[in-house]
Write a protein that binds this ligand. Sequence first.
Ligand code: HEC
Length: 184
Amino acid sequence: MLRRNEILVLVLVLSSAACSSDVELADDAQLTRGAELLLPFKRDLKSALVSGLEEGPVSAIGVCKVQAPAIAERLSIDGVEMGRASHRLRNPANQGPAWIGGIMQDYLRSGSSRDPVAISLSGQRIGYAEPIVVQPLCLTCHGQALAPEVARHIEEAYPDDQATGFEIGDLRGVYWVEFPQKVE
Ligand code: HEC
């Protein structure tokens, strides 16, 4: 969770960054709400991945393929939509909405900025995104040297895969969520 003073700093930093673009940043309450909405998604994905990996990486690939979209769909209710996107996709269905593109490019350009972002979208909606960073656990299926069996299964399931060759600390993509702005 972000602490209040961290959010404040973030809003200030982002406010100055916003001058150079036409993106309208949302306030810190929306940042907090976006982060909260994503928590169950992140938690359930992680536990699906970890329990899948207990059966070995090949079976975990199948778990990811089925569970990741199912979890996103289950939590996308009441005008809320969420998912994972990437500049180097494994599954083309994970492209996500257009507004994520610019945010992802900003993360890639700035290299060091890994702060969450909330922006105003049309139709009184808010878009929130936070970066996904490669951890040691991810290298089994997204790293530079995959076990031949893992590589073969990924290639079979995702013929257009662009999501290998990552190193620890690289930007792998973003978690995103879109939700209706609450009118107080
Ligand atoms: C067991 C293999 C495996 C491991 C380990 C793994 N992934 Fe994946 N990852 C996949 C598969 C398979 C998909 C495609 C899921 C789908 O079809 O939606 C995927 C998709 C993704 C996506 C969605 C965007 C895209 O390219 O389709 C992100 C982001 C992602 N993984 C990040 C990670 C991160 C971060 C870790 C480490 C915490 C990780 N993955 C660990 C297999 C794995």
